[in-house]
Design a protein around this ligand. Sequence first.
Ligand code: F6R
Length: 623
Amino acid sequence: MGGTVEFCAMCGIVGYVGPQRAQDVVIDGLRRLEYRGYDSAGVAVVHDDALWMAKRAGKLENLEKVLAEEPLPAAGVGIGHTRWATHGPPNDANAHPHAGEARRVAVVHNGIIENFAELRDRIEADDHAFLSDTDTEIAAHLIELQVQSGVDLTEAMRRVCQQLDGAFTLVAVDAHDPERVVAARRNSPLVVGLGEGENFLGSDVAAFIEHTREALELGQDQIVTLTRDAVQVTDFWGRAAEVTRFHVDWDLSAAEKDGHDWFMRKEIFEQPRAVADSLIGRRGADGLLQLDEMRLADEEIRELDKIIIIACGTSFYAGMVAKYAIEHWTRTPVEVELASEFRYRDPILDSTTLVVAISQSGETADTLQAIRHAREQRARVLAICNTNGSSIPRESDAVIYTHAGPEIGVASTKGFLTQLVACYLLALYVAQVKGTRYGDEIDEIVAQLEAIPSQIESVLEQAESIYGLARDHVGARSVLFLGRHAGYPVALEGALKLKELAYLHAEGFAAGELKHGPIALVEQGLPVLCVVPPRGRDQLHGKMISGIQEVRARGARTICLAEEGDAAIEPYADELIRLPKVPVLLQPLVAIIPLQLFACELATLLGHDVDQPRNLAKSVTVE
Ligand code: F6R
């Protein structure tokens, strides 16, 4: 099959074996996982030596309607899937489960099989027909070929996993083996629920918590075989593997939030994974950057003489960071404009202008109207978006999907971080095509981006001390945020988070601008959060310290975010949060994390609904 391939970056998976009706257990589990994705859903059970499957595009309720009219036969083994696709159309054919050629093995999958094309070419030559655009279907065909050769499903899974590259959770059933579910895990979540005479699989414990609170956490590169009475775990090579057993002591609603009190907090902690997912599959076999859905010819990119970024709110601040990176790496002039203002100033656009629309939801009316205006003026439009099939990418010439997974908290967190990653990738891609950076320079920056997830982890490890700072400032009436260069949009975003969640007066300023007016706001005890640029050859760091001295001299209480080893900041910081060492252009990826945690915690302490702040909506579809 040609065309775009469907990847499932963040989906919900359920597996069951036991005395209950598998269809019901699986559907209940999928309902609890629906927050992970809702592009399509499907279920497969094994009955009478045959596979029985139902799947539908759209929300789970579409599948439930089908099953209400035509239930699958009562069976004790089943698997299910709810999907968050990031490329191409979410339709019935691409919904999981997928079956092999003989419809004997069915598979559900979360992740990306990077070498699927090569594997598919190999067996397509043997007259295998593929019914979907997914990378998953190849796994179903390969596992089925193995069981047909006489090995059991567990061994079949092992042999196939040894051939797969990428990140994946796979769960499979075999029509000729009605007592067993087999799953594999590499770099993608999967937990086992341990019941009495029944066992469960889920992307997270929410899938089975109404049945059992006893669970096993699977490790990397492990295979698990579930029967009613046993759970056996090995590695990909058949050796017995160590697993961690745990008891889930959260209630059902917390389980959906992975033990966190708010979806927002959960999403903050998901950022290392979201950034890593946004970087997967961006390099071709030749090592060059590739952006799958770019759909802009190299010639068009070479002819670009201006880039205009349009967006709203947090996405606008991502655009402000992008300007620094794009201009520096590509030497192409960039303007950043609020989408709601864009078309009213009669912008100068033509076919050599690239308009980049950044939108998490893909439905923001201001941004949508702005791209319509841009296209009327013959500009090329590229969307950076987190929502497959939404209006903004549909009406754009090209799209880069971010891979944050569904963002439920109204305040954007992982959406912002993955937008930044997409902007950096776009900048590097333009630099590659225009030849404004050498290949080895691009490689070096990509490697620095690849190191970011573990650097974000190290910031998240300081959460408790950041919560302590929030406790110290519960009584604050106003908070200022200062930054310079790429740290300036971070200051603006930190202030926006505090406004929308804690309902506090908060302002972000470029530190150099303070003395031109805003410094009059500073009074005794005013908390000022300062994003300190890394020390470099430029004078940014020293100038920032001067700004911090100015506010401190007037009684402000300074909370400084500065890189490890920066001793020069110590005399001027009442509180210090350490950031990992990263280049100045990438610093927003780590510097925003403490500000998100600070706002989330302060709002919690004030008793506000963090996931649904007053007067706000996740997707703003009116101008
Ligand atoms: C703030 C926030 C909003 C959105 C803005 C644009 O936390 O989430 O400011 O960033 O409404 O939304 P999208 O990106 O969906 O176009």
